[in-house]
Design a protein. Structure first.
Length: 314
């Protein structure tokens, strides 16, 4: 049951979006990890974000945590049946009509309401209509993403897509033992059991500096130190290199671990010519990685080269 590796043919999208979302990396993650859960074993994510990884795996037991209380409240509302496809549809239809009539003014009214009352319905509305679908909070913890400039955002097709995603999330966790918790990563890692498996997906170092997403070198080093002593298996996602630079943190903190590399493209503009390549590494505790194929062996050399680059430079 939920044994890894597994080959996922159709990755489904989560009902909310966030920076660093791993939707496109789900097949790579699940084909790289080896884990046979016992009855008591939990799939643990201390940085669960959109939840897309756990939702696609649908383990029998899970502990999904994040410091962002709005994300956790959103999934708890789905789990308790407070946020259903029917209620979400009614809400998005009526709020979408107001947005269509009043545009940006209405978006900012909902944003203010959310910051005062913290409703998961408003959170969904903002997450799916804000600029670039990002999730950002100011230093006081208030959501501050501007309007996405699309008053007609909530078309019938878009609402159907969102409510299907909510319904799918509800089905993936139904009758399962899943705990959603607002917590810092170190609290979660301190209570792991030997049979658990933990997927670590911290924010990029120094990239985002908002209320929930600040992450610095010191914290990243501490995570690597704690992870080394975990009683259970783990995998950690981290960018390895793009055309401009390599991530020095990998060689500094993660040498000696297994790693698998996945190259993916992201668009920096509207045409195909503006595609940028990014190598994403999955660092895996020895004994929990699927053996490399020949093709992946070549990619793995990149990690080795990077390590030697770092060591010769230091
Ligand atoms: C890269 S995102 C995770 C993305 C997720 N794997 C996905 O696919 O959607 C990092 C998450 O870590 C959370 N976070 C930031 N600092 C944290 C901390 N100290 N402890 C726990 N979670 C934290 C952020 O709120 C964010 O949701």
């Amino acid at each position: 049951m939920n044994e890894l590796p597994v080959s996922i043919e159709h990755v489904r999208a989560a009902p909310i979006k966030c920076q660093g979302i791993k939707t496109r990396l789900v097949p790579f993650i699940f084909k790289s990890i080896k884990w046979t859960p016992t009855d008591e074993a939990r799939w643990v994510e201390p940085f669960s974000g959109s939840g897309v990884v756990a939702l696609n795996l649908a383990p029998r037991r899970a502990l999904l945590a994040d410091t962002n209380r709005h994300i956790i409240a959103f999934y708890k509302a789905i789990q308790s049946g407070e946020l259903t496809r029917t209620r979400a549809r009614e809400f998005l239809i009526s709020e979408g009509e107001r947005l269509a009539k009043r545009g940006a003014d209405y978006y900012y009214e909902v944003r203010e309401r959310f910051n005062d009352q913290e409703s998961s319905f408003d959170f969904l509305f903002l997450n799916r209509s804000c600029f670039n679908g990002v999730m950002r909070f100011n230093s006081k913890g208030r959501f501050n993403v501007p309007f996405g400039h699309k008053p007609q955002r909530f078309t019938q097709a878009y609402i159907t897509k969102i409510v299907n995603q909510i319904d799918w999330a509800a089905r993936q966790m139904r009758d399962k033992d899943w705990e959603f918790r607002v917590a810092r990563w170190d609290e979660i890692l301190s209570e792991l059991q030997p049979d658990d498996f933990v997927y670590l997906d911290p924010p990029y170092i120094g990239r985002h500096t908002d209320y929930y997403n600040s992450w610095n070198e010191k914290e990243a080093v501490r995570l690597a130190t704690v992870a080394r002593n975990l009683p259970c298996g783990f995998a950690l996602s981290m960018w390895l290199e793009n055309r401009y630079r390599k991530n020095p943190h990998i060689a500094e903190c993660w040498s000696g671990f297994e790693s698998r590399v996945c190259t993916h493209f992201y668009h920096v503009g509207s045409t195909e010519n503006l595609r940028n390549e990014m190598d994403e590494a999955l660092i895996i505790k020895p004994g929990f990685a699927v053996p490399d194929s020949d093709e992946e062996e070549t990619k793995k050399e990149k990690v080795a080269k990077q390590s030697s680059f770092k060591f010769s430079a230091s």
